[in-house]
Design a protein around this ligand. Structure first.
Ligand code: SF4
Length: 312
């Protein structure tokens, strides 16, 4: 950029970067439809981004933090603990990395889910600033309804998000309908129990008029019984909502496994009795450890904890 003054060029060289990370490992699922990339940040932290190809859609699952403070027991990222928040640039750059790759294939990003490493609402301001850049017509220009923000239930942040009345949909990772069961899976439930969480959900729906999505990872013998389905049905009956049922992605640090097809079907049937709509989500890229945090764990296992060599 020789048309810029030399002093400005040297300031930019010191302070700015085009790509705030480098890809250090990647995996492709055997069906070729899912690709996961592990990025090394300049401080050696690792984050993951997943690209999922559907018929006409290309969805990216992006990270908002390195590690996660929420400690959900079945999640590889939760098992590693919190490392740090990502900056706006680090969140947006994950999308730009894949957008460049897709452009070369005459393809484009159609949907983004903030369901990678981290709890998006714990890193509230950078996450929402990233959404603004990604949806700005003068920026990346993606439709706001194409970006889903997920939360495990940070009630004050959910209320704040509701009050902003944004177009970006919200998904709540519920996974259990009673405090007894949810406390076991999601430690943050002890701080904001199911009753408070549901109040925040109703507040969001009332303020935005938008349908809320509940995510439910089906864990064999844990939260996939008819009784659990009935409790969920009773909890959300009549709400403007939809339930996504996702058989669990197994992780090394947790004993639970995915529910059988029969259990999934019975669960869904029970929800229908309560008039609650649900979809069974196909687990994507199970053979490439597509659950967040899993590729990082594998690379650490193989290469140790020193990532300085990965950055060279
Ligand atoms: S499931 Fe989400 S919120 Fe829970 S520990 Fe994993 S990354 Fe964090």
């Amino acid at each position: 950029m020789t048309n810029l003054p030399k002093s400005l060029r040297s300031r930019l060289a010191e302070a700015a970067t085009f790509v705030p990370f480098r890809p250090v490992s990647e995996q492709q699922s055997s069906d070729g439809q899912t690709r996961k990339v592990l990025f090394a940040l300049p401080d050696g932290n690792l984050i993951e981004t997943v690209r999922m190809q559907y018929d006409r859609r290309t969805t990216l699952c992006i990270s908002t933090q390195a590690g996660c403070a929420m400690g959900c027991v079945f999640c590889a990222t939760g098992q590693m603990g919190f490392l740090r928040h990502l900056s706006v640039g680090e969140i947006v750059a994950q999308v730009l990395f894949f957008a460049r790759e897709l452009a070369a294939e005459d393809n484009r990003v159609t949907n983004i889910v903030m369901m990678g490493m981290g709890e998006p609402l714990h890193n509230y301001t950078p996450t929402l600033a990233a959404v603004d850049r990604l949806t700005d017509p003068a920026g990346f220009g993606l439709g706001a309804r194409k970006i889903t923000i997920s939360t495990v239930g940070l009630v004050p942040a959910m209320r704040r998000y509701a009050e902003e009345q944004r177009q970006t949909p919200l998904a709540v990772s519920l996974h259990a309908a009673t405090n007894e069961e949810r406390d076991k899976l999601i430690p943050i439930n002890r701080r904001w129990p199911v009753e408070e969480l549901m109040e925040a959900c109703r507040y969001y729906i009332a303020l935005t008029g938008r349908r809320l999505t509940f995510e439910w990872a089906l864990i064999a013998g844990e939260n996939d019984t008819r009784e659990q389905a009935q409790k969920l049905g009773a909890l959300v009956q009549g709400m403007l909502c939809h339930v996504n049922l996702i058989p669990l992605n197994p992780t090394a640090g947790y004993d639970g496994g995915p529910s059988s097809h029969e259990r999934v079907a019975a669960f869904q049937e029970e929800l229908a009795r309560f008039g609650v709509s649900s979809t069974v989500r196909v687990r994507r890229g199970i053979d490439i450890q597509a659950g967040c945090g899993q590729l990082r764990d594998r690379v650490i296992l193989e290469q140790g904890n020193d990532f300085s060599q990965l950055l060279q």
